[in-house]
Write a protein that binds this ligand. Structure first.
Ligand code: PLP
Length: 388
C-alpha cells in the first residue's frame, strides 16, 4: 500500500510505540497513587507535558492532556465562552474551520452566543483586516485554525494574534494539522489557547492536548476527579500521553529540514498534475500551504470514483467531497473558496508524510491520469465539452 492520507491520521512511529508499551503492562500505576508505580506514571506524564511545552514554546504547567483534538477544540471554545459570558457573548471564527470548531460554535449559538463566520479568499486565507473589523464591544474569543486540513492553507496567525492582543480578546487556534509541519511559538504568535492531536504526527489516536496560557479564564469541560490540576477529570491515558510526548518531540525536531523534504514531493506532484491533467485546479494557497498538502479538483468526475480506483491500485488518499464524510454535500471548505458544487465534488487530497518517497509519487502520477480519463469517459458532460 502507498499511504498518501497523512492528514487523516499517521502510523504510530516505532520509537513512539516502544516508549508506550511498558506503560500498558509494567508501569501501569494510576498517576494519582502515591506508591512507586503510581509515581512512575506521574513522572512519565510530567515528562510528556515538558515535551509538549518544548514543542510549542510554553510552560509545562500550561499544557493539559485531552482525549483528542476535537475535545481540545470543544474545551477551548465552550470553556472560554461560558467563563467569560458576563463580558460578552460574541465569537469570531472562519467558514473553513474543522467541524470540531464549527459545530461547537453552532452549539453555542443555541445557548445565546453570537458567532461571526468570516469568509476566506479564493486560496482559503482569512484577512486579518476582516478579523479586526469583526471585533465588537462584546467579542470574547477569536478562534482561527493554524492550517486547513483539506486545502493546507496556512492562516496569518501572527497578525491575528497581534490584533487579539491589541483588543484584549482571547485567541485560540486549532493547530491539529500544523504541529510538526510549521515552527510554533505560542508566545511569539500571541496565542492564548492551542489545540493539538497525537495521531496526526506519529503518535497514537485518542489523545490530544490543549495549551491554556496561564491567567486565561476557562470553565472545566470534564467534571470529576482532580486530574490535570482539577481542570480535566478522568484517569489519564498514560500510554497515550507518553506516546504523544515522544511523538511531538520527534515531530518538532528539525522541522524545516523535514518539511523541505516533504515539500519537494508535494511540489513534484502538484507540478506534474497541473501540467499533465487538463481541467484540473489546485486548491489552497500556492505558497503558504502545509508542506505535505496537495489538493486538486478535477472537472467532470466524482471524488469517490477516483478514491476507489486509487484504492484498487493500492493507493490510499482522500477526497473533500460527499460520501467519504458521510454527507451528500460537498466540503464546506471547497465551497467557501468559491468552487461550484460540481467541481467541489471531484476533489482529491493527497497528504504527504515523512515516510513517503519520490518513487511512491511516481507510482501515483503514473496511475492517476488514466483513472481520471476512465471516469471522464463515462461523463456525458465531458463528452459534450470534447465534441465542442
Ligand atoms: N482539527 C483539525 C484541523 C483536524 O484536521 C482534526 C482531525 O482531522 C481535528 C481537529 C480533530 O482531531 P481528532 O481526530 O483528534 O479529534
Amino acid at each position: 500500500m502507498i499511504y498518501f492520507d497523512n492528514a487523516a491520521t499517521t502510523a504510530v512511529k516505532k520509537e513512539v510505540l516502544e516508549k508506550m508499551l511498558p506503560y500498558f503492562s509494567e508501569n501501569y500505576g494510576n498517576a494519582s497513587s502515591i506508591y512507586t508505580i503510581g509515581r512512575t506514571s506521574a513522572a512519565a506524564i510530567a515528562k510528556a507535558r515538558e515535551q509538549v511545552a518544548n514543542a510549542i514554546g510554553c510552560k509545562s504547567n500550561e499544557v493539559y492532556f485531552t482525549g483528542c483534538g476535537s475535545e481540545a477544540d470543544n474545551w477551548a471554545i465552550k470553556g472560554v465562552a461560558f467563563a467569560n459570558k458576563s463580558k460578552g457573548k460574541h465569537i469570531i471564527t472562519t467558514a473553513i474551520e474543522h467541524h470540531a470548531v464549527l459545530h461547537t460554535c453552532q452549539y453555542l449559538e443555541k445557548h445565546g452566543f453570537e458567532v461571526t463566520y468570516l469568509p476566506v479568499d479564493e486560496y482559503g486565507k482569512v484577512s486579518p483586516e476582516a478579523v479586526k473589523n469583526a471585533i465588537r464591544e462584546d467579542t470574547i474569543l477569536i478562534t482561527v485554525m493554524f492550517a486547513n486540513n483539506e486545502i493546507g492553507t496556512i492562516e496569518p496567525i501572527a497578525e491575528i494574534g497581534e490584533i487579539a492582543k491589541e483588543h484584549k480578546i482571547l485567541f485560540h487556534t486549532d493547530a491539529v494539522q500544523a504541529i510538526g509541519a510549521v515552527e510554533i511559538d505560542v508566545n511569539k504568535l500571541g496565542i492564548d489557547l492551542l489545540s493539538l492531536s497525537g495521531h496526526k504526527f506519529g503518535g497514537p489516536k485518542g489523545v490530544g492536548a490543549l495549551y491554556i496560557k496561564s491567567g486565561v479564564r476557562i470553565d472545566n469541560f470534564m467534571h470529576g476527579g482532580a486530574q490535570e490540576k482539577t481542570k480535566r477529570a478522568g484517569t489519564e491515558n498514560l500510554a497515550g500521553i507518553v506516546g504523544l510526548g515522544t511523538a511531538i518531540e520527534i515531530a518538532c525536531s528539525n522541522i524545516s529540514e523535514k518539511a523541505a523534504k516533504i515539500a519537494k514531493i508535494r511540489d513534484y506532484i502538484i507540478k506534474n498534475i497541473s501540467e499533465n491533467i487538463p481541467y484540473s485546479r489546485l486548491n489552497g494557497h500556492p505558497t503558504d500551504r502545509l508542506c505535505g498538502n496537495v489538493n486538486f479538483s478535477f472537472e467532470f468526475i466524482e471524488g469517490e470514483g477516483m478514491l476507489l480506483h486509487l484504492d484498487l491500485n493500492g493507493i490510499a488518499a482522500s477526497s473533500g467531497s460527499a460520501c467519504t464524510s458521510g454527507s451528500l454535500d460537498p466540503s464546506h471548505v471547497l465551497l467557501a473558496i468559491g468552487l461550484p458544487h460540481g467541481i467541489a465534488h471531484g476533489s482529491l487530497r493527497i497528504s504527504v508524510g515523512d515516510t513517503n518517497t519520490m518513487e511512491e509519487a511516481d507510482k501515483l502520477l503514473e496511475i492517476l491520469p488514466s483513472i481520471i480519463q476512465k471516469l471522464r469517459d463515462m461523463s456525458p458532460l465531458y463528452e459534450e465539452i470534447k465534441n465542442k
